[in-house]
Write a protein that binds this ligand. Sequence first.
Ligand code: AMP
Length: 313
Amino acid sequence: MAANRPEVIRDKSDMRAWSRSEKYRGKTLALVPTMGFLHQGHLSLIREAKSISDVIVVSIYVNPGQFAPSEDLATYPSDFHGDLRKLAEAGGVDAVFCPKNLYESGIERKKMDKDPSFGEEKAVSCLEKEEGGDGHETWIRVERLEKGLCGKSRPVFFRGVATIVAKLFNIVEPDIAVFGKKDYQQWRIICRMVRDIDFAVKIIGSEIVREADGLAMSSRNVHLSPEEREKALSINRSLTKAKSAALHGQNSSQEINDLIVQEICDAGGRIDYVEIVEQESLVPVENINCPVVICVAVWFGNVRLIDNIEIKM
Ligand code: AMP
């Protein structure tokens, strides 16, 4: 087991030096960015990375820059030692990059939560520059792609994601980075960022891993009560039915949408959105006659779940 234990690197200059020495030795390097609390979905990204790269770095960093103050940063699950054990058992990971903080400075989360003047409008991120202070102020925005789907209800989410991924690319300097299609919009945004600003990184989109009963694996599933978890199965059930209906000729997005909303609401879910969009541009379609992806975000209790299904027409 010890032989499989990855090297744990906490400092960004140590990480960069480690990567450079591997690349100097002619190795290709793949990065799998995560926020930890690892599950089989993460492990499948690692396997995919291993199949195409010599050296694998997994980053574990819960990025405060992608959580608005009203969101669940404080309760985001973590189990660092469990993660290291899982990685050692799975094998194939050479280094784990787990920085304490990747932002030079910024408002402390707690301080912001307590400040009543820090309203929704100002709450663009928990790392916004302090008045006259020295906070983080450089953000990457993938302007059109970040606006729809999850971007509507999480307005600062994707700029936080794009920025932290850019930072990780600059620190780890990978040749390849693997992302899950579970976070479909995120994957497309990263692909576009890489293209638009010329990162020399190949992006791989890896298929969604589900529990045996169809629930998409997610670190947040741990917050579902057994009843909520049961009800949440309506998400994948409705997406599967919708795909089958579309493949059998029902091509009105509105009708397919209604079918999904009905099934999820009947199970007690609160819909954030259900949208049928073109796969690359993420532009909504009226009729399903090109490759689309149906994306959903749904609340069960206090847990917001996302899922999607691709339909290749
Ligand atoms: P997270 O730790 O949730 O930020 O996820 C880290 C990476 O794992 C992202 O690229 C996710 O899309 C991916 N991922 C999370 N859950 C799954 C899943 N069920 N199947 C495939 N990839 C996943």
